[in-house]
Design a protein around this ligand. Structure first.
Ligand SMILES: [Fe+2]
Ligand SMILES: [Fe+2]
Length: 185
């Protein structure tokens, strides 16, 4: 599927606001890819599609997960943030024709991270967290470190997420814990 077709389909399913965020993620991810010598083509596709599961209407996310026969565990059943990345992986393959595992995994794990992330997964996770419209304490530091050390930037970002989840009493996905343990080794 050509990029132009991706755009039309994406705008209608995720809305303009989310699409514009995805464009900023593309810009950020492409810069990181150039700096770290990662495939620009794969990064571009993964970045533009990373939120393809974030459908405009929340109830459609569950509907579509069901349609694809995806069974949610306790951890994910009430968590829309996790659901959209699980669904996104299926929408990317079934509706956008993406077959590349690196791209599909970057979409699947862009909310949680995981153990043994590839460079594309790291870049999409980080670009989503540091695109220019993101404003939170510490984002500048992560932006700066991401230019020179993806792993270090990722670890800081994941630990911040973990802190946030703990403070707000939100369940912590095991992939996030495993990603942090893996990066610390
Ligand atoms: Fe997302
Ligand atoms: Fe996003």
């Amino acid at each position: 599927m050509k990029v132009i077709n991706i755009k039309d389909k994406l705008v209608s399913s995720i809305g303009t606001k989310r699409f514009n965020h995805s464009i900023r993620v593309v810009d950020t991810a492409m810069k990181l890819s150039r700096m770290h010598n990662v495939s620009l083509k794969k990064t571009h596709i993964a970045a533009i599609l990373h939120d393809c599961g974030r459908l405009k209407e929340d109830n459609k996310v569950l509907e579509k997960l069901k349609y694809y026969g995806i069974i949610l565990d306790n951890d994910t059943s009430g968590n829309l943030n996790l659901q959209h990345s699980i669904l996104g992986r299926f929408i990317a393959s079934e509706e956008f024709g993406i077959e590349d595992c690196d791209i599909l995994n970057a979409i699947r794990f862009h909310t949680t991270g995981r153990r043994r992330m590839t460079d594309i997964e790291k870049i999409i996770y980080l670009a989503d967290a540091i695109e220019p419209d993101r404003e939170y304490e510490g984002v500048e530091l992560i932006r700066k470190i991401a230019q020179v050390d993806l792993d270090k930037a990722l670890l800081i970002s994941l630990e911040q997420t973990l802190d946030y989840l703990k403070k707000n009493d939100i369940s912590i996905n095991k992939n996030t814990i495993e990603a942090i343990e893996w990066l610390k080794k």
